[in-house]
Design a protein around this ligand. Structure first.
Ligand SMILES: Cc1cc2nc3c(=O)[nH]c(=O)nc-3n(C[C@H](O)[C@H](O)[C@H](O)COP(=O)(O)OP(=O)(O)OC[C@H]3O[C@@H](n4cnc5c(N)ncnc54)[C@H](O)[C@@H]3O)c2cc1C
Length: 435
């Protein structure tokens, strides 16, 4: 009998696990289950809408989904519709690949004010994730503060400051582009408590900030060290050097007629968000960095703003039946092993770091662990899962169904855009009823 495998989550980690199992040559029947009717996780709802090339990786995942040993079941949430314990009873192997969908807490006074919108929700909103399409972030403001100096913060700053022409060929949600282009935004402040040596932008993303049509990058030259100091791997050192060179170029860019600014506010530790009910400003303490750690100097300053987007890291949603490491915000696991027949991969395993390809080794490792454990292949798997879905009256979305949704999104696209996303699950299901 084939080993029945349920992979919960259809992002990169889920697909790389399926790929590794298929390539192993073992006799497997793999069900990939996602709470959304749409596959691909953050490729669809995280990667910035203007980075279409990055999303092309989904074509490789599509090939995996179309393998005859694989089935996709969208619109089924494990932990809500079906318990983790039930999945473990049904399948020889369960691989958790649910990612990290929540924001890490900022944990400073004022975080609860109206106008503090975590980056997980904000990015989900402009990318048309159904959970966030009604978020309504207050963009009727001239100043936005993004707390964080990494690639996700850069994505947000770029999406907020690109012109309609620059965003024309993208799949940004219509409601989001309408609000963003209609907003009076003049400045986005990206603030981080440490400095350029610690910031982990990839250089391609950073350089893009110098080439925006109507937005100039602003960097305080005093924040830039003359050389790279501290212990770094050779690879990190090269990256930091490239980023420093780019930031130096930014210092010399004349804003000219560009009407918007993105400020790189290094050495700025947020200590309080100020306001009565709505955000009015963020209070920062100026820092210096000693041995890689930010240390307060006792000097404070404020940046007025109407929207604060903390982009300080993601955190996984705890699911009943999954031992959880609260401090790290991920499943408690040892190299991907949770319990007999139960594994995890990707961000739920390692925490929210790394690029798409960083999830591939997790899939390979999970497949190794699974096959080393010699699963017997004696659980009912797909047949019993489908029976349970029918019994619970759950309308699962197959891969063929997703292909219809995909085709409808492509057909609905505006001029030059790759697709117009459906942003409500009900609308996706309507496409299936009609077709
Ligand atoms: C804003 C942002 C931008 C990024 N941009 C880039 C980029 O440009 N390039 C790059 O290389 N990397 C980028 N990354 C990183 C990359 O997206 C991640 O490394 C990768 O998506 C993590 O894969 P994952 O499979 O662990 O999680 P995810 O991609 O989050 O996939 C998890 C899947 O599980 C599903 N799920 C969650 N809970 C349940 C449940 N209970 N039941 C069923 N299904 C569930 C979700 O719907 C989702 O489909 C970005 C990340 C973010 C946050």
């Amino acid at each position: 009998m084939a080993i029945s495998v349920a992979i919960v989550g259809s992002g990169p980690a889920g697909f790389y696990s399926a790929e590794a199992l298929l390539k192993s040559g073992a006799n497997v029947a793999i069900d990939i289950i996602d709470c959304l009717p749409t596959p691909y996780g953050l490729i669809r709802s995280g990667v910035a809408p203007d980075h279409a090339k990055t999303k092309n990786v989904a074509r490789a995942y599509e090939k995996i989904a179309l393998d005859e040993r694989v089935r996709f079941f969208g619109n089924v949430e494990i932990g809500r519709d079906i318990a983790v314990s039930a999945m473990r009873d049904l399948y020889d192997v369960v691989v958790l690949a649910v990612g990290a969908s929540r924001d890490r807490d900022l944990g400073i006074p004022g975080s609860e004010l109206e106008g503090v919108v975590g980056v997980a929700g904000f990015v989900g909103w402009y990318n048309g994730h159904p959970d966030f399409r009604d978020l309504a972030p207050p963009l009727d403001t001239e100043n936005v503060v993004v707390i964080g100096i990494g690639n996700v913060a850069v994505d947000v700053a770029r999406v907020l400051t690109k012109t309609p022409a620059e965003m024309a060929g993208t799949d940004i949600a219509d409601y989001a582009s309408t609000v963003i282009f209609g907003s009076p935004i003049r400045a986005v402040h990206m603030a981080g408590r440490r400095g350029p040596l610690e910031a982990r932008f990839t250089n391609v993303e950073l350089r893009e900030m110098g080439r925006l049509e109507d937005c100039a990058p602003i960097v305080d030259p005093k924040a830039l060290p003359k050389e790279v100091t501290g212990e770094h791997s050779e690879r990190d050192r090269r990256l930091i050097e490239r980023n420093l060179a780019t930031l130096r170029e930014f210092v010399s860019i004349e804003p000219g007629k560009r009407s918007k600014r993105v400020h790189f506010d290094f050495f700025s530790n947020p200590v309080e968000i100020l306001g009565n009910t709505n955000v009015e400003a963020v209070k920062f303490e100026r820092t210096i960095v000693e041995n890689g750690r930010a240390v307060g100097t006792g000097k404070f300053f404020e940046i007025p703003c109407g929207l604060v987007i903390p982009a300080i890291g993601y955190y996984s949603q705890a699911i009943e039946g999954v031992p959880f490491d609260e401090r790290a915000g991920r499943a408690a696991n040892k190299d991907g092993f949770i319990d007999d027949g139960f594994y995890c991969v990707g961000w739920i395993k390692r925490g929210p770091s790394g690029v798409i390809g960083s999830n591939k080794p997790d899939g390979t490792r999970a497949a190794e662990l699974i096959l080393e454990s010699f699963p017997r292949g004696d659980k009912p798997g797909r047949r019993a899962f489908e029976a349970l879905l029918a019994e619970k009256n759950i309308r699962a979305v197959s891969f063929a169904d997703w292909q219809k949704i995909d085709a409808a999104e492509i057909a609905n696209a505006g001029p030059g855009a790759p697709r117009r996303k459906f942003t409500r699950i009900a609308d996706m299901l309507t496409v299936l009823e009609e077709g």
